[in-house]
Design a protein around this ligand. Structure first.
Ligand code: NAD
Ligand code: IPM
Ligand code: MN
Length: 358
């Protein structure tokens, strides 16, 4: 029996709907495999601003750090878009990633065979898609200083800073090489080394790290080309490693190879300690509160928690198989439906997954 305390941070928009789904799945897994998972809920994002006056209250940080795994929904929405950068909901998410040093964001992108028709790309392009985006999560433009608004010669300007230390690059790149050794042994490092100094350091560091991984094949690719190759030959990728902002953008693009942003899970991990498991998608204000959201990204994120956080491989596989089964059986939330017939709600999809766990 495994005993774990899981912090749930539902956040905003569809966050609460999809985390509820993931909790139900985890509860059923605990029951079936005789584990004990206890859940504690915390505030983050816009709902934390409303309840506590800040996007990441101290108590959320504390309970998260002390728990065995964190499951996050999503943060942000139009209610808080007028706030200055440091007070926005998104700041709460950035801060929890940074404070727990969760520098490695693993975003697997795998086509479900029963869903290849849901992608806007041709079936033969997407059916073999199976790669992992390893996104650096605590550096780059998201965290660089200075970051400011100022007036220069009577004109307003804004500054963001893209900075990477060599050690920050090294640790994420090692993670990517290690992941590749357990997969098809191919790493593509994505940068903009023809323009950016930080990318030139990135590329040099990747080459240095490569010497420790002679069994892994390495290619460098410029980010604009990578965005194109993700559409033209998505099945050629195995592991993609890249800096924070490029990884953010490329992963939303990659989601459409599988059919929907509502399918992609992620794990945000540090060197040791607690991990944060979060769907790639946001709070989807356009469909929030309507029982329309696809809960599979959040449910698949909970499978990543079982696997990477708790080393419960069998249990994680059971959840992944259940997702495949419901998709194979034709369950479709609106985002992955070919037409409006037989579309299921968030709760119906969740019930179907739970039934498929049996
Ligand atoms: P989004 O990911 O919330 O939504 C983009 C589109 O995808 C929308 O049409 C939405 O309805 C759809 N979508 C997303 N998740 C879905 C799901 N599970 N099922 C069905 N459809 C889904 O991105 P956005 O609209 O650019 O951002 C909205 C807010 O979310 C912003 O405040 C943004 O900052 C925030 N955001 C948060 C996170 C996070 O918390 N990790 C990630 C991205 C965006
Ligand atoms: C994501 C989101 C976040 C990011 C935002 C909400 C800060 O887009 O998790 O992909 O850019 O990292
Ligand atoms: Mn994103």
């Amino acid at each position: 029996m495994t005993q774990k305390t899981i912090t749930v941070l539902p956040g905003d928009g569809i966050g609460p709907e999809v985390t509820t789904a993931a909790i139900e799945v985890l509860e059923r897994i605990a029951q079936k495999f005789h584990h004990k998972f206890s859940f504690q809920e915390g505030y983050i994002g816009g709902s934390a601003i409303d309840a506590k006056g800040e996007p990441l209250p101290e108590e959320t940080k504390e309970m998260s750090a002390k728990s065995d795994g964190i499951l996050l929904g999503a943060v942000g929405g139009p209610d808080w878009d007028h706030l200055p950068g440091a007070k926005r909901p998104e700041k709460g998410l950035l801060e929890i990633r940074k404070s727990l040093d969760l520098y490695a964001n693993l975003r697997p992108v795998k086509a479900y065979s029963s869903l290849v028709g849901a992608s806007p790309l041709k079936r033969e392009k997407v059916e073999e898609v199976d790669f992992l985006i390893v996104r650096e999560l605590t550096g780059g433009l998201y965290f660089g200083e200075p970051r400011k608004r100022e007036e220069v010669n009577g004109e307003e300007q804004a500054v963001d800073t893209l900075v990477y230390k060599k050690s920050e690059i090294r640790r994420i790149v090692k993670r990517a090489f290690e992941a590749a050794q357990l997969r098809k042994g191919k790493v593509v490092s994505v940068d903009k080394a023809n323009v950016l100094e930080s990318s030139r350091l990135w590329r040099e560091t990747v080459d240095e790290c490569k010497t420790d991984y002679s069994n892994v094949e390495l290619d460098h690719m410029l980010v604009d080309n990578a965005a194109m190759q993700l559409i033209s030959q998505p099945d050629a990728f195995d592991v993609i490693v890249t800096e924070n902002m490029f990884g953010d953008i490329l992963s939303d693009e990659a989601s459409m190879l599988t059919g929907s942003l509502g399918l992609l899970p992620s794990a945000s991990l540090g060197a040791t300690g607690v991990g944060l498991y979060e769907p790639v998608h946001g709070s989807a204000p356009d469909i929030a509160g309507k029982n329309l959201a696809n809960p599979l990204a959040a449910i698949a994120s909970s499978a990543m928690m079982l696997k990477y956080g708790f080393q419960l491989e069998k249990e994680a596989a059971r959840v992944e198989e259940a997702i495949e089964k419901v998709l194979g059986d034709g369950y479709r939330t609106a985002d992955i439906a070919q037409d409006s017939t037989g579309v299921v709600t968030t709760t119906e999809m969740t019930e179907a997954v739970i039934k498929a766990l049996e």
